[in-house]
Design a protein around this ligand. Structure first.
Ligand code: PGA
Length: 260
């Protein structure tokens, strides 16, 4: 049985006090029951305080971005060792908001993935198509190209140490979730590409999660799909009640449907 990975991406929300208070409530809410991997990704300013608040809990800490160099004259940037220093285990890389608003390319993201792995951070690497691309039926070629560039020169062993988040851009923050069938169709395609490039054995082990308007009422149906290993949750991770509910519902009825 799969062990869901549920990651909360808080984006540019929460002051330090708000972050600590939110994480305390989440911590209490997920302390019993459901066996899942939980990751919380607050803004940089709250990482240290949240890391302290998470001590002794089963929740891991993640950052939302990083620079690929370990140090240097890069005003305003944060490096992988700095993230390790404040207790991060994960880092989200290549989120569509970074690609769209900060013009990050897959080539740059590839550099970040490589350094994250070098510093033993687990990259949660986001890929996904825009609405226009989907309407033009180009979603598969777009995702394939993103994967080729983003994972360029990574070994099979390195691939096993990262998480892929399929996030169709048209479903992020829009309330418009990809249907479980649409998520499964793309995620089984991603798995197939991984099998072709690496071994089948390693491809099945790579975690592929879904992101885009995940809520307590759609997580269970998504998790039933064989190639959905968890979720990257934005808006619904900002309230303890909904995030805890997502964590609980993710494991509530995992009867995996037949693979496609
Ligand atoms: P959303 O965001 O859940 O608010 O759609 C997901 C994400 O951006 O990772």
């Amino acid at each position: 049985m799969k062990r869901p990975l549920i990651a909360g991406n808080w984006k540019m929300f929460k002051t330090v006090d708000e972050a600590v208070s939110l994480v305390q409530t989440i911590k209490a809410g997920v302390s019993r029951g459901a066996d899942s991997q939980i990751v919380i990704c607050p803004p940089f300013t709250a990482l240290y305080a949240v890391s302290k608040a998470l001590e002794g809990s089963r929740i891991d800490l993640g950052a939302q971005n990083m620079h690929p160099e370990n140090e240097g004259a890069y005003t305003g940037e944060i490096s992988p060792p700095m993230l390790k220093d404040v207790g991060c285990r994960y880092v989200i890389l290549g989120h569509s908001e970074r690609r769209q608003y900060f013009k990050e390319t897959s080539v740059f993201i590839n550099e970040k993935v490589k350094t994250a792995l070098k510093y033993s951070l687990v990259p949660i690497v986001c890929i996904g198509e825009t609405l226009q691309e989907r309407e033009a039926k180009q979603q598969f070629e777009i995702v394939k190209a993103q994967m080729e560039q983003t994972f360029k020169d990574l070994s099979k062993e390195e691939m096993l140490k990262l998480v892929i988040a399929y996030e169709p851009i048209w479903a992020i923050g829009t309330g418009r979730t990809a249907s479980p069938e649409q998520a499964e169709q793309m995620q089984s395609y991603i798995r197939r590409l991984l099998k072709e490039t690496y071994s089948s054995e390693s491809a099945v082990k790579i975690q592929i999660i879904y992101g885009g308007s995940v809520k307590p009422d759609n997580i269970a149906a998504l998790m039933k799909k064989p190639n959905v290993d968890g979720a990257l949750v934005g808006g619904a991770s900002l309230k303890a009640e909904t995030f805890v509910q997502i964590v609980q519902n993710a494991t509530s009825e995992i009867h995996i449907e037949a693979g496609s």
